[in-house]
Ligand binder design. Structure first.
Ligand SMILES: NC(=O)c1ccc[n+]([C@@H]2O[C@H](COP(=O)([O-])OP(=O)(O)OC[C@H]3O[C@@H](n4cnc5c(N)ncnc54)[C@H](O)[C@@H]3O)[C@@H](O)[C@H]2O)c1
Ligand SMILES: [Zn+2]
Length: 363
């Protein structure tokens, strides 16, 4: 026991899949207590991480859990982790580590590690428990929350995946300090997304406290992570499996974004891709009369001020359309877009004809 009290968590109420999300600075020093208080009857714990992240934070955490049988498995860093081949190798390592139905997979990393670890935890022995420790801003505000898991297929991103809720999520905002600036900026793209789709106060905060946020100010990061997690938790509670249209608004910017990631072979990272994707969706919304030009400009200026790209790169737009059609958001070849209707206002899901998509891409 560390003797420190734990902060009140954000609860995700999903019946027997209910769990807590803890947000705070230096929470990782209390990982053992957090597991004790939230997860019963654990036989062994295995950390899944990539070298750069494990080197920074892994060993201390492994020592902290020494009362359990522990292990670590290192996977490739970044998007390269999210492949069928790596997932298969990882499952083999679970067998080698003798993981059983009471074992705990602990994902220590950004969205890439989290999505891979979550996917394999969901299918190993038909599903074992998972702790998400998202270490990027993007992971803390988005990918670590909500139970979506995935690996990529050569033909498209996240095409293979499951829903598997974690048993516990720990967002230690202190670890954001060690992120490369490019990864901090990428996370802020998802933060802009939350602001546009449901809370203008997030946009105001990003506009007014830019300098401090870019320096990863701990108070502001705590506030930002909390706001985003609470918004996402509510949407997940209403529509856990993304089938009722409520959770879909989180895909704002992602229709084009996912294609840009795939087409650029992940040279453009997830946050950068959705930054461009949000602007394309906003242009479509503006062309259709749903969004005021000023609200498009406000987003573009904000994204630029956080060093995020807003221009569509030179690509074959027809190839991009073909990839969009394979994306999960296209049903029976009809391409649906989440279109913003204002800043902090509920967006709408609309089918968009190909010529309008091409127009927005070329503008
Ligand atoms: N499951 C979901 O709901 C969901 C939601 C959004 C995004 N995603 C997925 O998340 C992925 C992107 O995640 P990401 O942006 O976290 O990128 P990432 O996981 O690829 O990490 C980016 C880089 O940050 C480094 N890093 C991570 N934590 C660090 C730390 N604390 N200090 C220093 N370096 C650190 C990693 O080593 C890596 O090089 C995409 O594959 C995307 O599809 C999933
Ligand atoms: Zn995203």
């Amino acid at each position: 026991m560390t003797g420190k009290s734990l902060p009140a968590p954000v609860k995700v109420n999903l019946g027997e899949r209910s769990h807590s999300i803890y947000i705070g600075e230096n929470l990782l020093t209390q990982l053992s207590t957090l597991i004790d208080e939230n997860i019963q009857d654990v036989s062994s714990c295995v950390f899944i991480s990539s070298s750069p992240i494990y080197d920074l934070y892994g060993e201390n955490l492994l020592d902290q859990l020494s009362k359990y049988k522990t292990g670590k498995i290192i996977v490739p860093d970044g998007e390269a982790a999210k492949s069928w081949k790596i997932a298969e190798q990882l499952l083999g390592q679970y067998i080698d580590h003798d993981l059983d139905r009471k074992s705990l997979i602990i994902a220590l990393g950004g969205g890439s590690v989290g999505d891979l670890a979550g996917f394999t935890a969901s299918i190993y022995l038909r599903g074992i428990r998972l702790v998400q420790i998202p270490t990027t801003l993007l992971g803390q505000v988005d990918s670590g929350i909500g139970g979506k898991t995935a690996v990529n297929h050569l033909k498209g991103k996240n095409l293979i995946g499951t829903f598997h809720q974690p048993s516990l999520v720990v967002c230690d905002t202190a670890v954001i300090k060690s992120l490369k600036t490019r990864d901090l900026h990428a996370g802020l793209a998802e933060v802009v997304k939350y602001g546009v789709i449901s809370d203008e106060s997030i946009i105001n905060l990003l506009e007014n406290k830019r300098k401090k946020i870019l320096k990863a100010d701990k108070f502001l990061l705590n506030e930002i992570v909390k706001k985003c997690v609470m918004l996402k938790a509510k949407l997940v509670e209403k529509d856990e499996n993304d089938s009722k249209g409520k959770r879909a608004i989180l895909n704002y910017g992602h229709t084009i974004g996912h294609c840009l990631e795939t087409l650029s072979n992940h040279e453009i990272n997830h946050g950068e891709a959705i930054s461009i994707g949000m602007i394309v969706a906003s242009k479509i919304a503006e062309n259709l009369g749903y969004l005021k030009y000023n609200d498009l400009e406000r987003q573009r200026n904000l994204l630029k001020s956080y060093y995020l790209p807003t221009e569509t790169p030179k690509i074959d737009n027809h190839q991009l359309l073909n990839i969009i059609k394979r994306d999960k958001k296209a049903v029976s070849n009809i391409i649906n877009f989440i279109l913003p209707t204002g800043i902090g206002k509920s967006p709408i899901l609309k089918p968009v004809p190909e010529n309008l998509i091409l127009k927005a891409l070329e503008e």
